[in-house]
Design a protein around this ligand. Structure first.
Ligand code: ADP
Length: 353
């Protein structure tokens, strides 16, 4: 019973934070320098020296080039491990079991650590893997009270087209308006019973993603990868059923292509990425300014994520940045985008849906 009490305590704390700050969190993560020659412009003011707030919390800030300071819900530096990052978001993940839709996405320029954060690398598991492990473990531990079923879909948005990564020869995917929320018609959804099965499914998805691409790295930085985890939980005592989805999104690189270099396919890709990332920013701006109309339909990305960006859904954005001097202007533009998002609260969107 100890784990259950602990889990409830963690959730309670997280929900209190949620009530105070709305449903959108923004965490900033700066990757380590590639080598000792990379000159760094990102600084993490010593948190012990920063003024504590009246509630005892310590502001999470980073400074760029000794000048502009940005504050986020959490700031991670190069020394912060995958485990430490996951520990902070575990309550968000387990809230899916309580029926909340959750969206976790990584925004930033190519090479800033989005894939490292979301997916991870060999021996350094990222959020996707850790989240599924925790969902399975929590379900197992509560199996005398709840029956939980977990299934997974994987899709990619490239040039405003959706591709099912678990069924490459299937019919064309379309986002449709359901009675409760938008859904993707014809999207394959595979039920998984263990972490190993998840790895197998994800490996198929990754293989399918790379098979059509001439250069995998380039391709993956120009498309959005969306992993959807569907959770259904039935209370064995009273038969109550809750369903929720978790969307985990590794966004296309946010860097601007230099106008002179972009022609043909590259230009088309850049325009589509630009359109969908600005649509994402516009959704948060509209939420922030309490607009009656939230422009979810302006891109496939926002239309797809609508169920997890509105109502009582919980959203977490990672803004991934590079510490390098040579990436300075991209870093500033990512941080400015993130500041805009961090001021939005989904609570406002709820009344407008
Ligand atoms: P993106 O997905 O944004 O293009 P990647 O996740 O591929 O970027 O990261 C670029 C490189 O930086 C990779 O080699 C990755 O291993 C490394 N990297 C990124 N973030 C971290 C981190 N927090 N700790 C260690 N290495 C990192």
């Amino acid at each position: 019973e100890k784990w259950w009490t602990e889990l409830q305590q963690r959730r309670k704390l997280f929900n209190q934070l949620q009530e105070l700050r709305g449903n959108v969190r923004v965490f900033c993560r700066c990757r380590p320098p590639r080598d000792s020659f990379e000159s760094c412009i990102v600084d993490f003011p010593d948190r012990e020296d920063t003024m504590k707030r009246s509630d005892g919390s310590v502001p999470q800030v980073i400074t760029i080039d000794g000048g502009k300071t940005y504050e986020f819900d959490r700031v991670y530096g190069p020394e912060d491990s995958q485990e430490a990052v996951y520990d902070d978001i575990s309550p968000l993940v387990t809230s899916v079991l309580d029926g909340y839709n959750v969206c976790i996405f990584a925004y930033g320029q190519t090479g800033s650590g989005k894939t490292y954060t979301m997916n991870g690398e060999r021996g350094q598991m990222g959020i996707n893997h850790r989240a599924l492990e925790e969902l399975f473990q929590t379900s197992r531990e509560a199996s005398d009270r709840f029956e939980t079923s977990i299934s997974i879909s994987m899709l990619e948005i490239y040039n405003e087209n959706l591709h099912d990564l678990l069924n490459t020869s299937g019919p064309k995917l379309e986002i449709k308006k359901g009675s409760n929320e938008n859904f993707v018609s014809n999207l394959r959804c595979i039920e998984v019973h263990s972490v190993n099965e998840v790895w197998e499914v994800m490996a198929i998805g990754s293989r399918n993603r790379s098979s059509g691409a001439t250069c995998m790295n380039e391709h993956s930085s120009r498309s959005h990868l969306v992993v959807i985890i569907n959770v259904t939980r039935t209370n064995l005592l009273n038969g109550d059923r809750v369903e929720a989805k978790m969307y985990m999104v590794d966004l296309a690189g946010s860097e601007r292509l230099s106008r002179t270099n972009a022609t043909g396919d590259r230009l088309k890709e850049a325009q589509h990425i630009n359109k969908s990332l600005s649509a994402l920013g516009d959704v948060f701006s509209s939420i922030l300014s309490n607009n009656s109309h939230i422009p979810f339909r302006n891109s496939k990305l926002t239309y797809l994520l609508q169920p997890a960006l509105g109502g009582d859904a919980k959203t977490l954005m990672f803004v991934n940045i590079s510490p390098s001097d040579s990436d300075g202007s991209e870093t500033l533009s990512s941080l400015n985008f993130a500041s805009r998002v961090s001021k939005a609260e989904l609570g406002a969107a709820r009344q407008n849906l």
